[in-house]
Structure formats: structure tokens, C-alpha cells
Design a protein around this ligand. Structure first.
Ligand code: FAD
Length: 218
């Protein structure tokens, strides 16, 4: 949402230092606007601290990292290209996924140095964007963008992070007994792994689904 009713010299205020808010801040800074980003938490990527996410690369012919560059956004974050992986259905049938181009890039979220969030923060600050942490924006006096993320979760991903000497890779299981209406996954990147149940319902039984997910991958 953008509100626009003030002088072009006035700062644009942005609520939220997630990827949307920081990308908007960078774009505005490139266009010569003064920008202030407010972030409720003390750091970027707070709700995703240490999570791996997939930067999807399969829906367009143009590589997603090239799209970032075209948009003037940094790619100075860890992005592990994932071409091959393994998916199982609820009956245990195994499907090998192979692609010449990366299907997605595995990235890290949160405040650590090599995450998407930290890279966007560094770029924004280097362009003169002021980022105010521990600051919740409740009212916009002038131009502003609401980039506050979702109000409630449609889905949750619950599980564990761990260190591992496994080779990098990704594995997924589509089984309502492990992740209702979602998918269970195991991701390994650079000696760190994550095993999670990403469920779209059944949140009250999350412990059970996580336990089943861990057992299934073991
Ligand atoms: C479990 C899970 C797994 C996911 N996996 C993937 C994936 O693999 N690939 C993918 O592309 N996407 C994934 N997503 C979606 C992805 O995380 C979101 O699309 C993305 O984070 C949205 O970015 P955003 O900037 O809009 O919001 P957020 O990243 O939520 O950032 C919003 C920020 O605004 C701050 N804020 C809120 N209100 C205020 C306020 N009033 N004032 C100041 N600050 C405020 C919040 O603290 C937060 O830091 C996943 C999401 C979940 C929940």
C-alpha cells in the first residue's frame, strides 16, 4: 500500500524491513528519495532467524538473480543453486527431480551476515536509507509504504536446524500424515541442515507432525 500526499523532498516512511520494505527502500533511494524504514524488531528477518527458503527460479526463463540485478537489487547473499532433488509421495514412491537450470536457489533468512535480509539491509544503508529498529510505525504523516508482512499465518514450518556433514541437497515428502495439506522437507546447505513440517492445517498437533517428519527422513 502506498500513500502519496506530500512534497517530493519529504522522506518516504516504510513500515517493515522485510524483503518487500527493503527492496522498496532501495528502489526509492536509487530514484533519489530520502527513505526511513521502521522495523518493529531489533534486527532484520526476526521471524525467520536461520531458516532456509527457496528463491524460486522455475516460472520464468529469466534467472531470478538476473531479475534482482535488473531491479537494482543486490545479490550479495548466499544462494545455493538447486538443480537435483528427491520427492516422495505418501506411498513412499520416489521421484528424482533433475533440471539443467536451477529450479530454485536455497537462501538463508534472518540477521546473519550472508542472508537475503542482511544483504538488502547493507545495500539500503549504503544508499543512505535510514533504518530504525525497535520502531513500530503506527501512523504515516506523509508518503509511506506498508510492507508489514502477513497479519496471520496461512502456513507454519516447524522443525529443527542442525549441523551436518551430508552433501548439499533437498528432499521433500508430500504426505498429510507428516504435513497436513503441505509438505515435509529436508534441506542441507554448506554443512547446515533443516528438517521441517510445513503444514497448512493441524497446527495444534504440530509436535506430532514434526516427530513423524523426523522419523520419516531418518
Ligand atoms: C514457513 C514459511 C516458509 C516460507 N518459505 C518460503 C520460500 O521457501 N520461498 C519464498 O519465496 N517465500 C517463502 N515464504 C514466504 C516469505 O517468507 C514471504 O513472502 C516474505 O518474507 C514476505 O516479505 P515481506 O517483506 O512482505 O514480509 P516479512 O518478511 O514478514 O517482513 C515484514 C516486516 O515488517 C515488520 N513489521 C510489521 N509491522 C510493522 C510496523 N507496524 N512497523 C514496523 N515494522 C513492522 C515485521 O517485523 C517484519 O520484519 C515462507 C513463509 C513462511 C511463513
Amino acid at each position: 500500500m502506498i500513500k502519496n500526499n506530500t512534497h517530493p523532498e519529504a522522506p518516504v516512511e516504510i513500515a517493515g524491513a522485510g524483503p518487500a520494505g527493503l527492496a522498496a527502500a532501495i528502489t526509492l533511494a536509487h530514484a533519489g528519495r530520502k527513505v526511513i524504514v521502521h522495523e518493529t524488531h531489533k534486527e532484520v528477518g526476526h521471524r525467520f532467524g536461520g531458516d532456509f527458503q527457496g528463491l524460486e527460479n522455475w516460472t520464468s526463463k529469466e534467472n531470478v538473480l538476473s531479475v534482482f540485478k535488473t531491479l537494482g537489487l543486490t545479490t550479495d547473499f548466499n544462494a545455493n543453486p538447486c538443480r537435483n532433488g528427491t520427492v516422495f509421495n505418501a506411498s513412499g514412491n520416489r521421484y528424482e527431480i533433475k533440471s539443467a537450470e536451477p529450479l530454485f536457489y536455497l537462501i538463508e533468512r534472518g540477521p546473519a551476515p550472508d542472508t537475503l535480509d542482511s544483504a538488502l539491509l547493507r545495500q539500503a544503508q549504503s544508499l543512505g536509507v535510514e533504518v530504525r529498529f525497535n520502531s513500530s510505525l503506527r501512523h504515516m504523516a506523509g508518503d509511506g509504504i506498508l510492507a508489514a508482512g502477513p497479519r496471520a499465518a496461512d502456513a507454519i514450518a516447524v522443525g529443527y536446524h542442525f549441523e551436518s556433514d551430508m552433501a548439499d541437497g533437498y528432499w521433500a515428502i508430500c504426505d498429510n500424515e507428516l504435513a497436513p495439506q503441505g509438505y515435509a522437507y529436508l534441506l542441507v546447505m554448506n554443512g547446515r541442515g533443516t528438517v521441517k513440517s510445513c503444514m497448512f492445517s493441524g497446527f495444534k498437533q504440530e509436535k506430532l507432525y514434526v516427530q513423524r517428519t523426523v522419523e520419516a527422513f531418518q
